[in-house]
Each structure stands twice: as structure tokens, then as C-alpha cells.
Design a protein around this ligand. Structure first.
Ligand code: UT7
Length: 332
């Protein structure tokens, strides 16, 4: 086993200014604030309104925020990873464009696609590159313009998703902080329950697919909910147990923000009090690849060196898992 641990050493984020509130959604589809709040915990989402801007715009902003805070020369970055379910284009990876735009001239870059588990899987990937000893600075970005794949006449999806981006830097850590353990899972049976049917190689885009709105994301919410609740809770508890962590040892749960009820179920299974559960779903909704780094950004000032964090996610595919990471720095 490698003796190099890979730690998060900086965080950056970006969300668009426009707020799509529950009150506005009430004027678009047959829904209401009370239903959305009690069923999901969401009050508003951010939407990237500019029609000529894609996911890369937000990814670049998040990366630039990180570079500024960390006073990092982008030429030092070895690898840029972008987790996204909404790349700028199907071919020509968004990460490659982002790396060039931020001045990461010495980096190579590629995208990751595992739906709402993008950032979690990305953490594993970034940490592995660092732990290999070959790469010293890996920039991991989670970014999604979910509004580009939402049918705003479908009340079962349009109330859930929002746009945003977050970024972290992984670097080797000499004190042993950083990623300690991971348990990542997937099950292809899940793709029937959450998907965009057309636009891929199985069903290329055509006039017919567009007329039938098959280029939008659809989900069987109830089924996804059932799988998400049991699986996210199970892997989080497993990672705690096999690392000998009790609820007292865990300082923070960093859960994917898909539904407040899924987060509560995971925290209950871990026997964690609410004050240890990071939550910002009310402000951003489900931003898919950006939920975990947006949480780190919002809670960064409360994190202390040595804190034990459990990250957990569940998403389309199905994909899910949990990661145990120790925090490597105090903010100021
Ligand atoms: O991050 C990727 C993974 N995705 C997830 O984790 C999402 C998991 N699923 C969920 O979060 C939930 O299933 C939803 C929030 C999508 C839906 O909540 P639910 O409690 O499962 O509702 P439901 O689909 O069972 O629908 C209950 C009722 C239905 O009406 P009837 O048949 O009982 O009369 C729906 O038609 O609520 C109705 N409904 C709505 N009513 C008002 C569905 N959407 C809405 C809406 N506003 N937006």
C-alpha cells in the first residue's frame, strides 16, 4: 500500500445569480411550496440563464475562485478532472477546455460521468493519481448545468435540480491526512429508473426524439428514492464500522443533496446528530456533480484540521458509495 495520502488543500465554488424559487415554480407547473419543502427540503435553486454559456463557464469560475484563494499558479496543476452529467458537448471533454481557460498549461484533463456520484468517484480518482506518487496537484471540479436537461413542464423533475459548480485541490500530505477509505458501488439495473433516453449512441437525436422530449432527464422518483435511502445509509455505516468510527468520532457527514429525507435517513443510520450533517439543499436543490464541493465551500470555515468527514452519494446508473477523509487544514 502507498504511504502517500492525498488531502484536500483548497476549495472553490460558483453558483449563478438567478434564483428559481418555489413561488416562481408555482407559476410554471402544478406544484406548491408546501409540497416541495416537505417532500424535498428545497426552497430555491440557482439557474444559469445565459443561453450561450454551458457547464464549463461555471467550472471555470469555481476553479478560478480556488486558484485565487489558494494563490496557486495554474501552471503547477498536473491534472484537471471535471465530473459532469451535462458536458458542454458530447465529444471534446469539458475538462480539457476548462484546463486551457484557467491556464493549467502543464496539465492533462478528462471528464468523469457517474451522474450524482460524479464528485465522490472523482475524489477516489483524484486521490489515486496523487497517491501513485506521479502527480502532485490534481484539480477536481464538479459542475452541472442541470437546467439544460430539464423539462420545465415536468413537475417531478423541475422542482429538484439546480445549476452550480465546486472545485477542490488534492495534494500529497506528509502527516497522513486526506482520503483514508472508500467503498464505491454501482448497479446497471438502475439505468431504467433515471436517464436521458435520447441523444446517445443507443438512440441518436432526431426530430422525433426532440418532439417526444426524450432529450430531457426523467426519473422514477419513488424507485430512486427507495434505492438511495437504503444504499447511501448502508455504505456510510459500513465505512464507519470498518474504520472503527463511532458517531462520536465522526465530525461531519457530507451527503449528496438530492432529498432532505434521504440525508436524514443516512444520518439516522449513522446515529449522527443534525449539527454534524452538512446541508444546503434548501438554497441550491440538487446540483448533481456540484453538491459535495458546494457543501465544503459553505462549511469550510467550520472545518478543523483532523476532522473526520464521511462523504456519501447516490445517483443514476445506479452509482453510490461513501468516502472517509480527514481534513488537512484550518481556514485562517
Ligand atoms: O440525485 C439523483 C438521485 N435522485 C434522487 O435521489 C431522487 C429521489 N426521489 C425523490 O427525491 C422523490 O421521490 C421525489 C421528490 C422525486 C418525489 O417525492 P415522493 O414523495 O416520492 O412523491 P411521489 O413521486 O410518490 O408522488 C406523490 C404525489 C403524487 O400524487 P398522487 O399520485 O399521490 O396523487 C404525485 O403526482 O405527489 C405528486 N407530485 C407532486 N405534487 C406537487 C409529484 N411531484 C409533485 C410536485 N408538486 N412537484
Amino acid at each position: 500500500m502507498s504511504s502517500i495520502t492525498a488531502a484536500i488543500t483548497a476549495v472553490g465554488a460558483y453558483v449563478p445569480e438567478y434564483r428559481l424559487t418555489n413561488a416562481i415554480l408555482e407559476t410554471i407547473v402544478d406544484t406548491n411550496d408546501e409540497w416541495i419543502t416537505t417532500r424535498t427540503g428545497i426552497k430555491e435553486r440557482r439557474i444559469l440563464k445565459d443561453p450561450d454559456k454551458g457547464t464549463s463557464y461555471m467550472a471555470i469560475k469555481a476553479a478560478e475562485d480556488l486558484l485565487r484563494k489558494r494563490k496557486l499558479d495554474p501552471a503547477e496543476i498536473d491534472l484537471v478532472l471535471v465530473g459532469t452529467a451535462t458536458p458542454d458537448m458530447p465529444v471534446a471533454a469539458t475538462a480539457v477546455y476548462v484546463a486551457s481557460e484557467i491556464g493549467a498549461v502543464n496539465a492533462f484533463a478528462f471528464d468523469l460521468q457517474a451522474a450524482c456520484s460524479n464528485f465522490l468517484y472523482g475524489m477516489s480518482t483524484a486521490a489515486s493519481f496523487v497517491a501513485s506518487g506521479k502527480y502532485k496537484k490534481v484539480l477536481l471540479i464538479g459542475a452541472d448545468k442541470m437546467s439544460s436537461i430539464i423539462d420545465y413542464t415536468d413537475r417531478t423533475t423541475c422542482i429538484i435540480f439546480g445549476d452550480g459548480a465546486g472545485a477542490v485541490l488534492f495534494e500529497p500530505n506528509a502527516e497522513g491526512y486526506g482520503l483514508q477509505d472508500e467503498y464505491l458501488r454501482s448497479d446497471g439495473k438502475g439505468r431504467e429508473f433515471l436517464k436521458i433516453e435520447a441523444g446517445g449512441s443507443l438512440m441518436p437525436a432526431s426530430v422525433e426524439t426532440v418532439e417526444n422530449k426524450l432529450h430531457y432527464v426523467r426519473q422514477d422518483g419513488k424507485s430512486v428514492f427507495k434505492f438511495a435511502v437504503s444504499n447511501m445509509a448502508e455504505v456510510s455505516a459500513l465505512v464507519m464500522e470498518r474504520n472503527g468510527l463511532t458517531h462520536e468520532d465522526v465530525d461531519w457527514l457530507v451527503p449528496h443533496q438530492a432529498n432532505r429525507r434521504i440525508i436524514d435517513a443516512t444520518a439516522n443510520r449513522m446515529d449522527l446528530e443534525a449539527s454534524k450533517v452538512m446541508m444546503n439543499i434548501e438554497k441550491y436543490g440538487n446540483t448533481t456533480s456540484a453538491t459535495l464541493p458546494l457543501l465544503l465551500h459553505d462549511y469550510e470555515k467550520q472545518l478543523k484540521k483532523g476532522d473526520n468527514l464521511i462523504f456519501a452519494a447516490f445517483g443514476g446508473g445506479f452509482t453510490w458509495g461513501a468516502i472517509y477523509l480527514t481534513w488537512a487544514y484550518d481556514t485562517n
